[in-house]
Design a protein around this ligand. Structure first.
Ligand code: C5P
Length: 230
């Protein structure tokens, strides 16, 4: 799996994705989320793979262990590189997810969503009835994910140092909410630059609009890639 910035392909159609990717003359690491996948299905995944790109299929599975295990076995056949589940589904669900992938492709990495960045501490306490700080809740799920055999977590760049301290350097910390200096934040609340994310211990960054909405996406990608890798 590459360690270049993961480009979030938040486009409305198969055609728009392929047009966007055609601008690049190099292998990329891209993220396909549920909005796109539910409309385009596996055919888009096959076309992106044919162009030689790595894929993070961001479907955030969360169901009973048997269903998630079988769903993962199906996703493994698509030969994506990275998939995810909600840690809230529990250790048995996460273990079955890993087993489901391994029956078809042991090279696929799997990470967990801990607490969504849209969840506030107020919601944690009053809706989920979890009476800890957000950091403790995130760390608890990260540890459960590691114990279940997952390769890492999706997290805010601001949580990476804590997760690194408890789960180690090799545990993946995939972080959205990245904005290069001088770029707008859009609807992201807490953002860091690629350099800061690296410094805080992120292993991968996910970047969408600063690249996809740029007047020159290839240039924007290369600037972000340089600040991330150097
Ligand atoms: O355009 P932008 O860089 O904000 O895109 C970030 C991507 O990461 C989007 O696809 C968004 O859904 C996703 N994401 C996020 N925050 C999370 C989890 C996923 O922004 N906590």
């Amino acid at each position: 799996m590459k360690n270049t910035p993961i480009i979030a392909l938040d486009f409305a159609s198969h055609t728009e994705v392929i047009q966007f990717l055609k601008q690049f003359n190099e292998p990329l690491f891209v993220k396909v989320g549920m909005e796109l996948f539910y409309q385009t299905g596996p055919s888009l995944i096959k076309d992106i793979k044919q162009l030689g790109h790595d894929i993070f299929l961001d479907l955030k599975l969360h169901d009973i262990p048997n269903t998630v295990g079988k769903a993962m076995a199906g996703l493994a056949k698509l030969e994506v590189d990275l998939v995810n589940v909600h840690a809230a589904g529990g250790t048995e669900m996460m273990t079955r997810a890993v087993e489901g992938l391994q029956t078809h492709n042991p090279n696929i990495k799997i990470i967990a969503v801990t607490q969504l960045t849209s969840t506030t501490e107020e919601m944690l306490h009053h809706e989920q009835n979890i009476h800890t700080t957000m950091e403790e809740a995130v760390l608890n799920y990260a540890k459960l994910a590691q114990r279940s055999g997952l390769d890492g977590v999706v997290c805010s760049p601001l949580e990476t140092a804590l997760i690194k301290a408890h789960c180690g350097d090799n545990f993946l910390k995939v972080t959205p909410g990245i904005r290069p200096k001088h770029s707008g934040v859009n609807d992201q609340k807490r953002v860091t630059t690629p350099e800061e994310a690296k410094h805080l211990g992120a292993t991968h960054i996910v970047v969408g609009r600063p690249i996809t909405k740029s007047a020159d996406p290839v240039k924007a990608y290369h600037q972000i890639k340089e600040s991330w890798l150097n």
